[in-house]
Design a protein around this ligand. Sequence first.
Ligand code: SAH
Ligand code: SF4
Ligand code: F3S
Length: 481
Amino acid sequence: MNHLHMTHEEALKAAPAEEPGRQQFFMERCRQLIDEKKMRDETYRGTFHIETFGCQMNARDSEKLTGILEASGFTETDTEEADFVLYNTCTVRDNANQRVYGRLGYLNRIKQKNPNMMIALCGCMMQEETVVAKIKKSYRFVDIIFGTHNIFKLAELISERMDEKKMVVDIWKGTDRIVEELPTDRKYPFKSGVNIMFGCNNFCSYCIVPYVRGRERSRNPQDIVGEIRRLVADGVVEVMLLGQNVNSYGKNLEEPMTFAQLLKEVEAIDGLQRIRFMTSHPKDLSDDLIEAMKNSGKICHHLHLPLQSGSSRVLKAMNRRYTKEQYLELVEKIRAAVPDISLTTDIIVGFPGETEEDFLETMDVVRKVRFDSAFTFIYSKRTGTPAAAMEEQIPEAVVKDRFDRLLSEVQKISAEVCGRDAHTVKDVLVEDLDDHVEGFVTGRLDNNTTVHFKGDASLIGQIVDVYLDESKGFYYMGTLK
Ligand code: SAH
Ligand code: SF4
Ligand code: F3S
């Protein structure tokens, strides 16, 4: 179909109603419009650049957005001096938001030199009404704004913006739809994230994610397994199953199933070598899952198990639904079943009402569990969450002091724990050339620790045996066997 002499209004009428056919129609339209633009204006290259903030979910969304942009006729470039720039934003803590506003000023200066440039914003920040209002008012140079529920519509939104002279804003409050079978372009040929569920129903009292990502929805197991099969056929050896709380996978499916059952189906896929998953909520981690990890030849011996706080009182106020004792028991149970498991965690310091005693409980759990690593965060007040309305927000100086003490403890333990595999041979998935040393490559152990060793680009994507010569605290230096 020739789309060139069609307005967006006419295209809307001509487009199929069903997905993914509808988006394929708009990708085709964008391709034709871009080709025509290139012919008219020889300086126009139709380049795009995506900047991703936030978590693995956003990283995976950006791969889908990349796939759509490529299918729409754009070509990727690694700088923001591009014809289409998209920021996929995060709003989990305020500093993530501030970084986006800061960089928008810089984008505006680039756009003033390139009248062809389009700027688009999407992701979790855009699901907040105050953010969208602020951008409409003070960042008029932005062309397209969309949210977390309709990323599949990118080509349709671009098609609209190419005809209209005004900002295109399309934010959905929520959705129960999951659009399958759209293009994606992976960052790594040999490993991939795979969404198994979207959204979150937990409403931890500090957290904005349930408000910006909507209610929990699980993908059908057939779609997940089908996607992984295709990925494996395309060279993927490691998948990371993604969800805000993978342990509650499958509860809302027409035919409910558990995460442990899903893992068994994924395990059975020939050619797949490693399975990771993120994130596990301690309250839902089942004995079946522990059993599955113990008996599996593919599930990596790494568990990211966010603690958030070691104080049962604070955990209750956070609405985490486990106590300090339950967390410690869970860790014991996992270690008994999988002795070489690597445990990592997230911890928040300075939650409203946190006392010095509460903080010492957190330090106590850190010392007892001895995490391989821990991401430590300063509590950030998120408007609209229950914790934002709590009295007794903690003074900055007190929080900073606790944060520093926690960080130094976490790092000390991490340096001691991470070296435990020194002088053994382990299998390593080679991921990249080493950034620092010429003639070296970087890979990951099953437990997620990085290893640097002599090797060349031909090893990338392979799982190889490496002798771990020396621990450097957070990583190893090794020798290829
Ligand atoms: N679904 C995951 C976490 C997603 S957000 C889970 O439940 O574990 C990633 C981490 O950001 C959280 O584990 C928490 O430690 C941190 N975080 C979330 N909201 C925060 C806030 N308001 N202030 C500081 N850290 C926060
Ligand atoms: Fe946020 Fe809690 Fe959901 Fe994790 S489980 S995304 S911390 S509400
Ligand atoms: Fe951020 Fe959204 Fe992830 S708020 S942490 S990008 S789910």
